[in-house]
Design a protein around this ligand. Structure first.
Ligand SMILES: Cc1cc2nc3c(=O)[nH]c(=O)nc-3n(C[C@H](O)[C@H](O)[C@H](O)COP(=O)(O)O)c2cc1C
Length: 175
């Protein structure tokens, strides 16, 4: 069975630590501090050279990152709440500030500093982002408890057609 239980496990950023990274102008990670590595579950050397979207959590609405890029490309500071994906598919919430790094007045890189988010805020942002994805007709997170027999049948039928369970249900119910 191909289920990742870790996806429901939250890692809390310590209140007194900062997650720091820098990227090139395309968003490829060029620097990661120790805190970034252990909170995200990667080794620093696994992060360097990778696009920053390896942390993208499926719960994040597309519009948030569109606004992030538009803001920093316009030379301004973007700040906001981000739910990030860990290497083990768990997650962690951060409050992030992203902005340009300038050398002799020229934009050379981007940097991001992230910190702890209070629990009430995490709950509020989860609701807001779920609503944003729903309104933008993006993916909906569906968690359901199925009787074992029903799950086995679903899994078997999907396997026979060489499809994921999601694709199998789509084919069965929508086409
Ligand atoms: C300095 C910097 C830091 C970023 N930090 C994150 C981050 O922590 N998590 C994240 O999902 N995207 C982050 N992004 C945005 C990603 O580059 C990317 O736009 C986002 O993950 C959405 O993926 P997509 O553009 O492929 O749709 C950051 C971008 C920059 C420039």
């Amino acid at each position: 069975m191909d289920i990742t239980w870790d996806m429901f496990v939250e890692t809390e950023v310590p209140k007194d630590e900062l997650i720091i990274s820098r990227t090139d102008l395309r968003g490829i990670i060029t620097y990661a501090n120790e805190t970034f590595a252990y909170i995200s579950g990667y080794k620093p050397e696994e992060l360097i050279g990778k696009p920053h979207n390896i942390l993208r959590h499926p719960d994040m609405p597309k519009r948030v990152f569109k606004e992030l890029w538009e803001t920093i490309e316009a030379g301004k500071i973007w700040s906001g709440y981000v739910k990030n994906l860990r290497k083990d598919k768990g997650y962690y919430w951060v409050y992030a500030e992203v902005s340009g790094v300038y050398k002799d007045g020229k934009l050379v890189e981007y940097k991001s500093m992230r910190s702890w988010v209070p629990k009430e805020k995490r709950i509020q942002m989860q609701r807001i982002y779920d609503q944003m994805r729903f309104e933008a007709e993006e993916k909906v997170r569906g968690v359901s408890y199925l009787p074992r027999k029903l799950y086995d049948v679903l899994e078997q039928r999907a396997k026979e057609e060489n499809l994921s369970i999601e694709k199998f249900l789509e084919k069965l119910l929508i086409n």
